[in-house]
Design a protein around this ligand. Structure first.
Ligand code: FAD
Length: 445
């Protein structure tokens, strides 16, 4: 087998029948380095055709023109790259719960392969498709180096508890990807996608517009190469300086599946960049895979209720504490707070679709301090994150917000007003870490 079966998981009990194979591409929107596509290709073999489908949901919660523009440009490239391998792309518009079973039926598919995704909305679609299909639905984890279902069977407490589990299996799973074999079997003829008509027909929020980041698999690989050759060396030392531009900016490519995290891990592991390599692998593998672990095992991952009990208790005890400032979601969104540093971070995100990771922590913690309740703070932080960050609506976003304002994967610290024992951050601390005025000047406070 090309694909380690430990990366696969059956989502229903229906049989795997001989016949065409349908790969329902979802989280992994790429042709190279894609375990799901590789598994579907090997199941199809020489005897049966493989068809790839992407089901576009016209109004995904929180997504804007910024997200759809980046995703559709990447998918147009996927269609071209698949065609070069003799594999057709069927683009369907609508609810996957109905569209995928319908297409599987039209094709007479013997099985459907899809991507692992721990987000509630995606799990809901997969459950509905699994129930509706008369044939096997097979999930493949193409997002985690160590598959999320293998690393742990429960929600992990913190990075320190998942790290040894990942490290133990890392060598086994960090393998080179095989190339995908072109398809010779006769395939059903499908009309090419009219990308312009598709874009014109979308009714998404145009207020948050496209950003400058080049979309697609090739652009993602170039960004990875540039990072490894130019910045990985200084990553350990400079990654927490928002002015330094030392991080990879790969998160949007990972989010849309235009780059396999495993490809980035292979490149870092082969780089020989000592400390930078270790620090990057910690973020890319341990921290990122901890987010998938949380969303997979915590049914409340998208609300404040997903936070640990000690954090909910301490936030509740400080619910009535006077807030120094209180802002509405609208005021936060328009960067109309008294803090020039906070406004600069919000502006960076609004304009570029990306906020530096260190500022994301400060940004979310201040939303807690300046909102009427912890619940309102959580809703505001998640909504603004998901609306403006190109990498938003991701397990990392849910975990990042809950880490910042509700102690997830953290521990209690010294007690303060509003925060209780949630870890605190302030502008003075930022000034000790980096040139705050330079950051404000760049983004406008
Ligand atoms: C409040 C808040 C909200 C966040 N929202 C998101 C989000 O919506 N989407 C998102 O992908 N990340 C989110 N993060 C995590 C992190 O800040 C970003 O992944 C990172 O800043 C992206 O920049 P980069 O690709 O240059 O990261 P690099 O420093 O180059 O790291 C490489 C990769 O490692 C992963 N990574 C880095 N830091 C973390 C972390 N703290 N937790 C988990 N994985 C990490 C990411 O996949 C990242 O692309 C959030 C963090 C916080 C505190």
């Amino acid at each position: 087998m090309l694909v380690n079966l430990a990366r696969t998981h059956r989502l229903n009990a229906a049989p795997l029948a001989p016949g065409p194979v349908l790969y329902w591409m979802s989280r992994e929107q790429r042709v190279r380095d894609n375990w799901g596509l590789l598994h579907a290709r090997e199941l199809a073999g020489r005897a049966h055709p493989l068809v790839v489908c992407f089901c576009l949901v016209p109004a995904y919660p929180g997504a804007t023109l910024r997200h759809y523009d980046f995703m559709l440009s990447g998918l147009a490239r996927v269609e071209i790259d698949l065609a070069a391998l003799g594999i057709p792309l069927a683009l369907r518009l609508g609810d996957p719960s109905a569209e995928i079973p319908r297409l599987a039926d039209e094709l007479g598919a013997g099985c459907v392969v899809t991507d692992f995704d721990p987000m509630r909305v995606k799990q809901g679609w997969q459950r509905a498709v699994a129930e509706a299909l008369p044939v096997a639905l097979i999930e493949v984890d193409g997002h985690n180096v160590v598959p999320a279902r293998q690393v742990s069977q429960k929600q992990e407490y913190a990075a320190r508890t998942i790290r040894p589990k990942i490290h133990r299996l890392f060598g086994e799973y960090l393998e080179e990807f095989p190339a995908i074999e072109p398809q010779a079997a006769a395939v059903p003829s499908l009309p090419p996608t009219d990308w312009d008509a598709l874009r014109a027909g979308l009714a998404v929020d145009p207020a948050v517009g496209p950003v400058a980041l080049a979309p697609g698999e090739d652009a993602a690989r170039e960004a990875l190469d540039r990072f490894v050759s130019d910045r990985l060396e200084v990553y350990a030392e400079r990654r927490n300086d928002p002015n330094a531009g030392a991080t990879s900016w790969l998160s949007a490519y990972f989010h849309f599946g235009q780059l396999a995290p495993q490809r980035a891990a292979l490149a870092a592991a082969a780089s020989g960049r000592g400390e930078g390599q270790a620090a990057f692998l910690e973020e890319l593998v341990v921290r990122r895979e901890l987010s998938d672990n949380f969303c997979l095992h915590n049914a409340h991952h998208d609300t404040l209720a997903g936070a640990p009990a000690w954090a909910l208790r301490t936030l509740d005890e400080h619910r009535a504490d006077p807030r120094p400032y209180v802002y509405s979601q609208e005021e936060f969104e328009q960067a109309r707070t008294h803090s020039r540093l906070w406004n600069a971070a919000q502006n960076e995100m609004r304009r570029t679709g990306f906020m530096h990771g260190y500022m994301r922590m400060y940004w979310a913690k201040k939303i807690l301090e300046w909102s009427p309740t912890p619940e309102a703070a959580h809703a505001t932080a998640l909504a603004l994150n998901d609306r403006h960050q190109l990498d938003g609506r991701d397990p990392n976003g849910h975990v990042g917000v809950l880490w910042s304002l509700a102690g997830l994967h953290d521990r209690p610290w010294q007690t303060r007003p509003v925060f209780g024992s949630i870890r605190y951050m302030n502008e003075r601390g930022c000034r000790r870490k980096f040139a705050v005025d330079q950051y404000i000047e760049r983004w406008g406070g």
